[in-house]
Design a protein around this ligand. Structure first.
Ligand code: HDE
Length: 702
């Protein structure tokens, strides 16, 4: 906390929550721990029974212990975020690689190796706070840097573009995506009429739709997705020179997604899949790491692009402006309390520091209003910056006073500026934040979209055509699925008419998948052009072959070969992965050497969709037993269907048979575990990723 230099600064007392915080207190309970008290500090003698007139009589209004407790409970919830309600967060630091004084005066980017504390919240967008993690959706990637010159909030997404170009359309977009207002479903899903009705009438969203229908919308983990600041920002150096910048986060583990059928099943098996993954990774002592890179370009560069850098539906391909790595983000500490930190964190894109500045992107400009406004509603008053997670970690002082839930106790008579009565009170500084004196166009007050925003299809085409065939198939399949859930045929038709502008083949395939005749392509304000393809837009092109951070689901039967189990564990751990044991009983599994191994999941509680690869180690009897269990059959069938690498001992073959897999189905991703040496081969194969050639045999796309 800030140490106030004078009597007139905002001085927040350190919260002393005493006994209710489990802290030290002069009141000591009979058993030696802290005394349970009311919020007024009054010791409580009975927390089990309310005060009644007689043992079976009515409860008395006089019971202040009961009334306080219930009143507080009744008010435990605050409004959930209108978007991005479901999220998970972690603490960590940002470490800058080298001083960036040439491009920005931002204090936290000056000294090589300097670490700045951060709090990062990942989220889905459309679902409510209790929705499932594997919705097909954009993911939020919001970073609060607690710099020595104040808090910098980089509130981004895992996709570099957005659905709309102007903030005025945001409420409509969100209404359309959320559950329909008369029936309040579907939850956390865009596969319904209102969403596609809006999208089919909003061609500017076509590029973003390519991203949300791609596998980027179903990431394997928050640790395995990219992040983007989306808008063009300005960086300004000490000499007052500005450079345009786009922010990019790259995951250390590489990008990875799940397949759609897997996402659907994960949502049932573990709706907290991403939340748990983030928590457990940090809890077991690992860290989550991303690299921050900048795309830097001048005003002249911007003028030379054939799209407008103020248009948030456009990217700048990295092949055109390369990424400059500037630092790394490391998340290494879980929150202590979800509500106090993850729920109450208030990101405001208006929180920027000297050396960073905005641009005239009309989406960004609208967001500048929205985030501050929404925090007032959610957190209930103007003092939300005093909540510990939102407080700057550098000194802060001004003459703002009072308001709901004021925690500071400013002293002295001076609460205004200029003043002469508090000579040590806070004053302006020449080093303070200065807006870059950008040249504004001026002109008449009009509601109009610039011509330079009018090309809605060129970059959608660039994205689609830059994908590998497998990824293109997934986009087609996602569009067919989503539109197949749309009841109004005219909406389906309008959407396909838009897609025909992106790529003829894409439109035709989706039409085929929907069983309709392709309509005429929609009129395009600007005819789409062909750009140089950008392989950097593909997940698969950038995949890193590693099992690091991944999970093996090891299904073991009683009597399973102990040496094999050990070899698998060693091989996985050597590559940085983890093993989870799935068995018939949660109490333990007895291996061939008589040892009893701890079990993580009972077989029907640990379906294979929760793991990146699976192995089955059983003896004859175990194989026969598992073959008779539906959950074990599904374990194998789904692992195969989700294109995973599978290894098994010979006695598991009857289980494969029961799962509907014959010898003819055994492909390069199905490995036999004959000896412990096979473990390494299996892990190397699993590290290489999914068995894509299997997919067309299971899920042919139009
Ligand atoms: Fe947000 N957005 N947004 N958004 N957004 C919110 O703020 C809004 C947009 C993003 O983990 C809200 O605190 C408008 C783009 C993230 O707490 C709200 C527009 C991008 C988060 C809001 C956009 C984002 C939010 C809801 C169009 C990527 C979660 C609760 C002009 C660059 C932050 C809240 C967290 C949250 C408004 C568009 C990212 C209502 C008006 C583009 C990651 O203020």
């Amino acid at each position: 906390m800030a140490k106030a230099a004078s009597t007139s600064t905002n001085k927040l007392p350190a919260p002393d929550l005493g006994a209710s915080n489990g802290g030290e207190t002069h009141q000591t309970a009979a058993k030696g721990g802290a005394v349970l008290t009311t919020n007024q500090g009054i010791p409580i003698s009975d927390n089990q029974n309310s005060l009644k007139a007689g043992a079976r009589g009515p409860t008395l209004l006089e019971d202040f212990v009961l009334r306080e407790k219930i009143m507080h409970f009744d008010h435990e919830r605050i409004p959930e975020r209108i978007v991005h309600a479901r999220g998970s967060a972690a603490h960590g630091f940002f470490e800058v690689y080298e001083g960036l004084a040439d491009i920005t005066a931002a204090d936290f980017l000056q000294r090589p190796g300097e670490k700045t504390p951060v709090f990062v919240r990942f989220s889905t967008v459309a679902g409510n706070k209790g929705s499932f993690d594997l919705a097909r959706d954009v993911r939020g990637f919001a970073v609060k840097f607690y710099t020595q010159q104040g808090n910098f909030d980089l509130v981004g997404n895992n996709m570099p573009v957005f659905f709309i170009q102007d903030a005025i359309k945001f409420p409509d977009l969100v209404h359309a995506a959320k559950p329909e207002p008369d029936r309040e479903f579907p939850q956390a899903a865009t596969a319904h009429d209102t969403f596609w009705d809006f999208i089919s009438l909003t061609p500017e969203s076509t590029h973003m739709i390519m991203w949300t229908m791609s596998d980027r919308a179903i990431p394997r983990s928050y640790r395995m997705m990219e992040g983007f600041g989306v808008h063009t920002f300005r960086l300004v150096n000490a000499a007052g020179e500005a450079t345009f910048a786009k922010f990019h986060w790259r995951p250390k583990l590489g990008m990875q997604s799940v397949v759609w059928d897997e996402a659907v099943k994960i949502n049932g098996a573990d709706p907290d899949f991403h939340r748990r993954d983030l928590w457990e990774t940090i809890d077991q002592g690992d860290v989550v790491e991303f690299e921050l890179s900048l795309q830097l370009f001048s005003a002249e560069d911007a003028a030379s692009f054939d799209f407008d850098v103020l248009d948030a539906t456009k990217i700048i391909p990295e092949e055109v402006v390369p990424l400059r790595p500037v630092g790394r983000l490391v998340l290494d500490r879980n929150p202590d309390n979800f509500f106090a930190e993850t729920e109450q964190v208030a990101f405001c894109i208006g929180n920027i520091v000297p050396g960073v500045d905005f641009t005239d992107d009309p989406l960004l400009q609208g967001r500048l209003f929205s985030y501050l406004d929404t925090q007032l509603k959610r957190l209930g008053g103007p003092n939300f910056h005093q909540i510990p997670i939102n407080q700057p970690k550098c000194p802060f002082a001004n003459y703002q006073r009072d308001g709901h839930m004021q925690m500071a106790v400013p002293t002295g008579r001076v609460n205004y500026e200029p003043n002469s009565l508090a000579p040590n009170g806070p004053r302006e500084t020449p080093n303070g934040f200065r807006t870059f004196p950008r040249n504004e166009e001026g002109g008449p007050a009009i509601r109009i979209r610039p011509e330079s925003f009018a090309d809605h299809y060129t970059q959608a085409r660039l994205f689609f055509r830059s994908q590998t065939p497998v990824e293109q198939d997934h986009i087609v399949a996602a569009l067919v699925f989503e539109l197949s859930r749309v009841e109004t045929p005219a909406i389906r038709e309008r959407m396909v008419a838009n897609l025909l502008n992106v790529d003829n083949d894409l439109g035709a395939r989706v039409a085929d998948g929907l069983g309709m005749k392709p309509p005429k392509a929609a009129p395009a304000a600007v005819a789409p052009r062909d750009m140089e393809l950008s392989p950097a837009l593909s997940i698969l092109e950038k995949a890193i072959p590693t099992f690091k951070g991944r999970k093996l689901g090891l299904l073991v039967g009683d009597g399973g070969d102990a040496k094999l189990v050990k070899a698998l564990q060693t091989a996985v751990e050597a590559d940085g992965g983890v093993v989870r044991i799935v068995a018939e009983k949660i109490g333990g599994v007895t291996l061939s050497d008589g040892s009893v191994m701890a079990v993580d999941f009972k077989v029907d509680g640990g379906p294979s969709c929760l793991f990146d690869a699976v192995a089955i180690v059983v003896d004859e009897a175990g194989g026969a037993r598992l073959a008779g269990m539906a959950a074990a059959q599904a374990f194998v069938k789904d692992a195969y269907g989700h294109l995973k690498v599978i290894a098994a001992t010979e006695p598991a073959m009857p289980l494969f048979g029961k799962a509907g897999l014959s010898d003819a189905d055994m492909d390069e991703g199905c490995l036999m575990l004959a000896s412990p040496d096979d473990a390494k081969v299996f892990v190397a194969k699993a590290a290489a990723g999914r068995i894509w050639p299997r997919e067309p045999t299971l899920r042919p796309t139009p």
